[in-house]
Design a protein around this ligand. Structure first.
Ligand SMILES: [Zn+2]
Length: 224
């Protein structure tokens, strides 16, 4: 009898072991272990859940596409601001004419020099000058530019206060305005005009030059 009990207990023990050995297989059927087990059962389970699986990927895919479409939207959003920017640009274009007005300022000093340019009256005054006087004026204007001719030939003119015949009477003297160049012109005459006279006056702004005897008289009183 003891042997039968041993056999019986052994058989029970084997059955218990067999159930224990199969228990992992049953446990594999648990949903929590389906992903872990790469067995055929899990493949079948995956096929069985294939309907559920597709539902998962579609969700992220649509989620990505909206993200892509959402990206273009922010690009479209910047396109809207450019519309108000053009409104600002016209203001800048309106500001451009201002620098164009700035160049108009330099022409003003040019206009100040225009009175010194040779006019028809000056040309007429130069016609009576003797060649030496005309050459003197050409030297001056060649150095400093055109001068405004005030007076040249005055027939019968005499030097004020002396009674002597003026160089103006013989067409050998020129009175001219040099404007802002007066100082430079007078210094140049003192240094370079040794075949005649150079005079400036305390009561008149013009410069007198003549050909003949060399002399320099600055800031002289005209006697007029
Ligand atoms: Zn003079």
């Amino acid at each position: 009898m003891s042997e039968r009990l041993l056999i019986a207990t052994t058989a029970l023990a084997l059955l218990a072991l067999a159930e224990a050995a199969e228990s992992p297989a049953y446990a594999a059927e648990d949903p929590s272990d389906r992903v872990r087990s790469p067995t055929a059962k899990t493949l079948q389970i995956v096929q069985a859940d294939a309907q559920l699986a597709p539902l998962v990927p579609p969700v992220p895919q649509p989620a990505r596409r909206p993200a892509q479409t959402a990206a273009p939207e922010p690009q479209l959003a910047p396109l809207i601001p450019p519309v108000p920017q053009p409104a600002v640009r016209p203001l800048r274009l309106a500001a451009i004419p201002e620098p164009q007005l700035a160049p108009l300022i330099p022409p003003v000093p040019q206009l100040a020099r225009r009175p010194l340019k040779r006019d028809s009256k000056s040309i007429h005054l130069l016609a009576c000058l003797k060649p030496a006087a005309r050459e003197l004026l050409d030297r001056i204007e060649g150095e400093f530019g055109p001068m405004e001719i005030i007076s040249t030939c005055r027939p019968g003119a005499r030097i004020a206060g002396t009674g002597r015949v003026s160089k103006h009477a013989s067409g050998e003297a020129i009175d001219f305005e040099a404007g802002s160049r007066k100082g430079d012109v007078v210094r140049w005459l003192i240094a370079n005009h040794k075949t005649g006279g150079t005079m400036t006056y305390s009561d008149m702004s013009h410069v007198h030059v003549d050909v003949g005897q060399y002399f320099v008289a600055l800031n002289a009183y005209s006697g007029r």
